[in-house]
Design a protein around this ligand. Structure first.
Ligand code: ACO
Length: 392
């Protein structure tokens, strides 16, 4: 898969993140549930996490991360072909959070859909996005991971509420002719382990009711030990598999960006891969497990800290509910912005985002006026001609 037969490669040309400003430390948690800093740090490595404020939603955080990624890539929203939002905490059952972000960005030429693969969601979304570019279907794909897990957490369950946090990250994939970018991906699943990590209530099998609320079925339920065992098994296996797929020796991998769930899982993967721990990027001490957002947030911070440099080979590897797991081998490039705007153009681009809000309101207003004035269009087969049912 590494070499592209049609000379099309999916390069990562932009990245952005958003984390809520509210920090919740382990000490803060110890005031809510029966836990303590020492237990959380030794069992997970987590010291603090960010918690969404009243104005933060999955869409608003995803939008902020996407805007930053597009600006870094020098790409205007109307140039985006596809938006994929990986999330386990979508804004609504439908419409897709991706459509809300598409509207907020003013990405008027983009398709948009959500992807659900637990914490592996971002990796799956990146694999799909890269393939649509390599196949020739799209040129620019925005891949977002965004979560407000604090809203589906049982704050009385110390076994889960200490683990998770909120945030969003995004990358822009763009077609390029030079070899590099997302060279190989693997996506795997084992649905027999679905019950190990789930939100049992609120779906179509168990719709929301007083009973589901009373039983707390709308919260995350997890068999931590089994998920831990599964994660340590698949991390090194999938890193090896994706490196082989890309034809890259593990010794030539410069950085591994793993899903940020638990430091002990990452350390076990390093041992199994016989790689020094320094080659693993870790920021879970600050954010906890942000599910689909964890890898794109880590990509942003790895670049910021100079840990990811042009020419580096990087393995991204995720695992999560489903059970699902996935990995990608990325050759980091030296992306040049598509447009390098002057200050004036930058100001104009800022206005594009304001304009997106105006466009959205106008579109809604126009739809209302059209419906009031023109009535409901009827199919030809019913009224025989291109008729309209006018309001009486
Ligand atoms: N504070 C203090 N004590 C606690 C806490 C806590 N927050 N949570 C559990 N304990 C206690 C338990 O009650 C238990 O006490 P007992 O021995 O008296 O019964 C003891 O600590 C040990 O509990 P274990 O569950 O065995 O602890 P373990 O070492 O397995 O660590 C953990 C638990 C951290 C959850 C670990 O199993 C883990 O990280 N699992 C993987 C979780 C994960 O990565 N999930 C995300 C997947 S990605 C996605 O899609 C969302």
């Amino acid at each position: 898969m590494a070499e592209s037969k049609n000379g099309r490669y999916a390069h990562i040309v932009g990245w952005g993140k958003y984390v809520p400003s509210k920090v919740m430390t382990n000490a803060d948690l110890a005031r809510i549930v029966d836990t303590n800093d020492e237990w959380i740090v030794t069992r997970t490595g987590i010291r603090e996490r960010r918690i969404a404020g009243s104005k933060d939603t999955t869409a608003s955080m995803g939008f902020a991360a996407a805007k930053e990624a597009l600006e870094r890539a020098g790409i205007r929203p109307h140039e985006v072909d596809l938006i994929i939002v990986a999330t386990a905490t979508p804004e609504y059952v439908f419409p897709a959070t991706a459509c809300l972000i598409q509207d907020a960005l003013g990405a008027v030429n983009a398709g948009a859909f959500d992807l659900s693969a637990g914490c592996t969601g971002f990796m799956y979304a990146m694999a799909v996005g890269a393939q649509t570019i390599r196949s020739g279907a799209h040129n620019i794909v925005l891949v977002i991971g965004a979560e407000t897990l604090s809203r589906i957490m049982d704050w009385k369950d110390r076994a889960t509420c200490v683990l998770f946090g909120d945030g969003a990250g995004a990358v822009v994939l763009r077609v390029g002719a030079g070899s590099g970018g997302v060279l190989a991906t693997i996506c795997r699943s084992d649905g027999s382990g679905g019950d190990l990590l789930m939100v049992p209530g609120g779906g179509s099998k168990c719709p929301p009711s007083h009973q589901t609320i009373d039983q707390g079925l709308h919260f995350i339920k997890m068999n931590g030990r089994e998920v831990f065992r599964f994660a340590t098994r698949i991390m090194d296996k999938s890193a090896r598999e994706v490196a082989a797929c890309a034809g890259i020796d593990l010794d030539d991998v410069d950085l591994v960006i793993p899903h940020q769930a638990n430091l002990r899982i990452i350390q076990a993967a390093a041992r199994a891969l016989k790689m020094p721990e320094e080659k693993f990027f870790v920021n879970l001490q600050h954010y906890g497990n942000t599910s689909s957002a964890s890898i794109p947030i880590a990509i942003c911070e790895a670049v910021e800290q100079g840990r990811l440099k042009p020419g580096d080979h990087c393995v991204l590897v995720g695992f999560g509910a489903g059970l699902t797991w996935a990995a990608a081998l990325v050759k980091w490039g030296e992306p040049k912005p598509l447009h390098e705007p002057t200050r004036l153009e930058r100001a104009y681009e800022g206005l594009l985002y304001v304009g997106a809000g105006v466009r959205s309101r106008l579109a809604r207003g126009f739809r209302r006026v059209e419906s009031a004035v023109g009535g409901t269009p009827l199919p030809r087969s019913i009224d025989g001609e291109k008729g309209r049912k006018t309001k009486k």
